[in-house]
Each structure stands twice: as C-alpha cells, then as structure tokens.
Design a protein around this ligand. Sequence first.
Ligand SMILES: [Zn+2]
Length: 219
Amino acid sequence: MKPFEKYPNECEQMIEACRRLHDRNMLAAGDGNISLRVQDGILITPSGRPKAFIEPHEIALITLDNQILYGDPSGERLMHLHVYKSCEKAISVVHAHPPHAIAWSVAYPDMRELPNNCLSEVVLAAGRIPIAPYARPGTGQMGAVLDLCLPDYRLIVLSRHGGLSWGESLEEAYMGMERLEHSAEILYKAKTLNGLSFLEEEEMQALRKIRIQLGDKTR
Ligand SMILES: [Zn+2]
C-alpha cells in the first residue's frame, strides 16, 4: 500500500502545514520540507516542488537510515533524520525559510541565539532560540552544527539558510516555526524603531521558572 493510501490524514495534515507556511511567507519556490514519523518510517515532502501545491501522492516515505521506500524525498532529509536520531521525543520536523529569522543571522553572523531577554513569550514558549552556525544545505555538515542545539532546543535558526522546528506532533512543530518567525519579526521591528530593550534579570528568572513548570514543549 502506498503511503498516501495508508496515511491519508497524515499526508493531508502535512500539505495543510505547507500551505500555511507558504501563506505566511516562510516558503518561496521549492523551499522547505516537513516530515512526520509514522509506524513504518518517516513521511517527508518531495524534493524541489513548490510545497504549497503538492498532492498527497507526492509525499515520500523513507526509513530512519535513509532508505527510500516511496517517492522522491526532500534533498534535506539527512537534516530531518539527524533530528529524529538525536531527539527521541521527535515525531515531526518542520524546516522553512522564515525571512526575519534568517535576516538576524545575516546581519549578526556571530550571534548564537536570538535575543532571549526582550520578550516573555520567547522564554515561556521556547526557552531560548539558538542560531546554529552555517552549514551547507543538504550535506552531513548540518548534523554537526545541529548537535550544538539538540536535543535541548526545539526551535533553531539555521544561519544564512532557514529555521528548524521539531515537536511531539506536527502541530507543535508547525506552531514552533510560527513562533520562531513571529519572535524574530517583533525583535527586528523593535530594533528598527528604537533599538532593543531588555527585561530585568529578576523577571527573567521568574519566567524561566514558569517555563520549567510548563515543560519542554513549544507553545
Ligand atoms: Zn532549506
């Protein structure tokens, strides 16, 4: 049985998430890819196609050790597989090209995380949003730079390239990408308006305590 016949709902959910990312300007041309762990492998979006317009039969199926079981899987699948191998809780991975998040990594090449002490939501929803150093897309280099952030962080900016979000469901991974880009956009606008201002350390400590109580999931 083909993956879109065996997993029709999952394939539809992946396509819906692609459309939402495209609507929010986080996917251009053939950018981005989404994967979802299922019983017999990893469903993943196809290589090169404009993701907002793919159909269920184009969703590929691969194994954790990169065997292709069906279709023409994304060229960035090694990055997805690295996340599943590094994070036992990972059920879904969303990779997109969120413009404001990427812009921070271009403007500040030495910055290793988005400013985390300006917005309460960054602390409460994600803890921190690290920026992984540059690695060439589609290569094994990506695994090494991701290791600096995994499994502790679920939202990661990929320097000069994109964003990565993983979660215990497709919805969590998708919402993480929204959170990452929304935070990056607010910080960008504040910086442009008058520069960043910061929460007091005492308030940061209180927020971090709440985050620990809330747990590791992205909100
Ligand atoms: Zn990419």
